[in-house]
Write a protein that binds this ligand. Structure first.
Ligand code: SF4
Length: 248
């Protein structure tokens, strides 16, 4: 049953298109047929792979969302930030992790790490070497996404991960950490505790995970600890040694 919270759909990007990028050879995209929105020269940070901006696979979310928020950032990024679903602020801007205090917290860290050239409150930050996305690209105003909705959205995430091919993934929150654990680590999902493993490195199958607590639950000291861990334990060594991970 479609919920009663309205039927606003669509986004700032009016064109709709199926994902058409079918491969990538170190910065060169292999594109099948006509493809609106794909930007082989990375002129666009927003939805650079031209994914469907009017997806209706989750009827309740499609009926309630202000707009769908696909991934955003540097398609050649070695870092990938993965959240659970857009916040109200991100849903307004159409850009992951912007539009509210939680987004500014992440953008500040990205700036301090040299992964953003923009101030923390930029609506469309100029990111470099990092891509930001979600488990689900649509937001319900009153509840988290269901497991079924996460599964429905997985093909979008899988396609982005394959094409970005990151070295380091930064999962935000317990649910995201557990979701990645299934495919990318040898540990049981229930063995993870994002509170205890905030700002640590977990060796995955093919890349490393650096988890963080939900942005709106982090103290300033915890955010600084995340930044310092990345600077001292990831940036300070050669992390480019984890290719060959399992295909999603
Ligand atoms: S959450 Fe994902 S699969 Fe569901 S409607 Fe939104 S874009 Fe489509």
């Amino acid at each position: 049953m479609v919920p009663k919270c309205g039927s606003k759909t669509g986004s700032r990007h009016e064109e709709t298109s199926e994902p058409r990028v079918v491969g990538r050879l170190r910065g060169t995209y292999v594109v099948a047929g006509p493809c609106q929105g794909v930007d082989a020269d990375q002129r666009e940070f927003q939805n650079p792979f031209g994914m469907d901006t009017d997806c209706q696979n989750c009827p309740e979310l499609a009926a309630c969302r202000q707009q769908l928020v696909h991934g955003y950032g540097d398609v050649g990024g070695e870092f990938l930030v993965l959240g659970e679903s857009p916040s109200a602020g991100a849903e307004q801007t159409g850009v992951p992790f912007t539009g509210d205090a939680a987004g500014r917290r992440l953008q500040r860290v990205l700036g301090e790490l040299g992964l953003s050239r923009s101030p923390p409150d930029a609506a469309e930050p100029e990111l470099q070497n990092v891509f930001c996305t979600y488990l689900t690209r649509c937001r319900h105003p009153d509840r988290p996404a269901t497991d079924e909705e996460v599964r429905s959205c997985e093909p979008f995430l899988n396609a982005e991960v394959r094409m970005i091919n990151p070295e380091i993934i930064l999962p935000i929150g317990q649910r995201v950490l557990e979701a990645l654990a299934v495919d990318y680590t040898t540990r049981a999902p229930e063995s993870f505790d994002v509170e205890a493993e905030h700002a640590t490195t977990i060796r995955g199958r093919g890349f490393e995970l650096v988890p963080m607590k939900p942005l709106d639950e982090q103290t300033d000291a915890e955010t600084d600890a995340l930044r310092d861990h990345l600077l001292e334990n990831v940036f300070a060594r050669d992390y480019r040694q984890t290719k060959g991970r399992q295909e999603r």
